[in-house]
Design a protein around this ligand. Structure first.
Ligand code: ASP
Ligand code: MG
Length: 413
């Protein structure tokens, strides 16, 4: 007998019929002899509706009260799903995050899970019940309701799976897994049956939207396998993607997928003094303003000056530019400016660890298309480039084709 944690996203529970279908699916898993713990999101659109209400009443309302409101969407779905199961004679019990309790820190709207109390849930499982937990929420040590950030139900599911030592964490969504790239950009993108947690972590942080980054970080940290499946697929043998430990992956491919991200903007100061502390002087005020920096490039200095470029989220572009240019002036920089029409394209694959030349091939493919690379950064299993946004689709398509990703994955020795 296995213990399975399943998560159903907003579209999977988006209507009364969908909730009934989810209940039927849970019963099928239960009838195969599994213990089942289910995490649900709010019905699709509900969290956005709540955000609009908050904005309409008091956009500067306290973070605590915002979380009180945002957490209600999930409370509706746990109750509805428990009732659907009840009506089908399947014993079930719903839990809000604070009833569990999912203990978090007190950073409202982006709280981190610290601990999960599992004894009550274990008792209910022993009694044969299906447990249904509200995703995306918890409570701090003073009992204040907290939320985990958009898409946070994935994190709740992984954290519960870790706490309960589940055999698998299944994420049911509206796509049947992870693809070599976004099929909306490359229609012949291939479904990936299996990839490593580390590859998924890179894909998620480079722009793949299938799983929330924090959830993958959590799964990676605790080595919890995640299976992504579609709740719209009625076939029992339906396709899925297993994201698992690297040692369980047979094919170590060079390039597993192409991820991309349009949410970035680039900032550059040129002609700043090339002296100790300059990076700190430039990036310190940016980070003090709570702006996250992604890629950073500093040139070799010449004539005692140097140039500095970095990227931030596009929403923070104006704010970051303002801060940067004030400091640039004080430091006597030659120019200060930026560009928010850029995009980042990345190739990811564990095979890169042992094989050189992947970056070279990437640059050749882009060169053949006449695409100018503006920035480059690498990690052990990833190469990212920043290009003009207008070349994004072309870059993704040509890399996908150039690395033969539409064909079955071939392992490298
Ligand atoms: N309902 C929340 C959101 O829309 C959490 C989730 O769906 O995972 O972001
Ligand atoms: Mg969601």
């Amino acid at each position: 007998m296995a213990l399975i944690v399943q998560k159903y996203g907003g579209t999977s529970v988006g209507s009364a019929e969908r909730i009934q279908a989810v209940a039927d699916r849970i019963i099928r898993w239960k009838e195969k002899g599994n213990d089942v713990v289910v995490v649900v999101s709010a019905m699709s659109g509900e969290t956005n509706r709540l955000i609009d209400l908050i904005k309409a009443v008091n956009p500067r309302g306290s973070a605590r009260e915002q979380d009180v409101i945002l957490s209600t969407g999930e409370q509706v779905t746990i109750g509805l799903l428990a009732m659907a199961l009840e009506s089908k004679n399947c014993p079930a019990k719903s839990y809000t995050g604070s009833q569990v309790k999912v203990l978090t820190d007190n950073s409202f709207s982006k709280a981190r899970i610290m601990d999960i109390e599992d004894s009550a849930m274990r008792q209910d499982l022993d009694d044969g019940k299906v447990i249904i937990v509200a995703g995306f929420q918890g409570a701090d040590e003073n009992g204040n309701i907290t939320t985990l950030g958009r898409g946070g139900s994935d994190t709740t599911a992984v954290a519960l799976a870790v706490a309960l030592k589940a055999d698998e964490c299944q994420i049911y969504t509206d796509v049947d897994g992870v693809y070599t790239t976004d099929p909306r950009v490359v229609p012949n993108a291939r479904h990936i049956p299996k990839l490593s947690l580390e590859e998924m972590l890179e894909m998620a942080s480079q722009g793949s939207k299938v799983l929330q980054i924090r959830a993958v970080e959590f799964a990676h940290k605790y080595n919890m396998p995640i299976r992504v499946l579609s709740s719209f697929d009625e076939d029992e043998q339906c396709k899925s993607t297993l994201v698992t430990r690297e040692e369980d992956i047979m094919e170590k491919v060079l390039v597993r997928g192409v991820a991309f991200n349009r949410d970035e903007a680039q900032l550059t100061v040129t002609g700043v003094p090339d002296e100790p502390g300059i990076a700190f002087k430039i990036l310190g005020p940016i980070s003090d303003a709570n702006i996250e920096v992604d890629m950073i490039v500093q040139n070799m200095g010449s004539d005692n000056t140097t140039d500095f470029t970095f990227t931030v989220h596009r929403n923070e572009y104006e704010k970051a530019k303002e801060i940067l240019c004030v400091f640039a002036d004080e430091m006597g920089a030659r120019t200060c400016g930026g560009d928010n029409k850029i995009a980042k394209v990345s190739i990811v694959g564990v095979g890169m660890r042992s094989h050189a030349g992947v970056a070279r091939d990437m640059f050749e493919i882009l060169a053949n298309e006449g695409i100018n690379i503006r920035m480059i950064s690498t990690s052990e299993i990833k190469v990212s480039v920043v290009v003009d946004e207008k070349y994004l689709e072309l870059a993704v398509r040509s890399l996908h084709e150039g690395f033969g990703l539409e064909n079955e994955a071939k392992s490298v020795a």
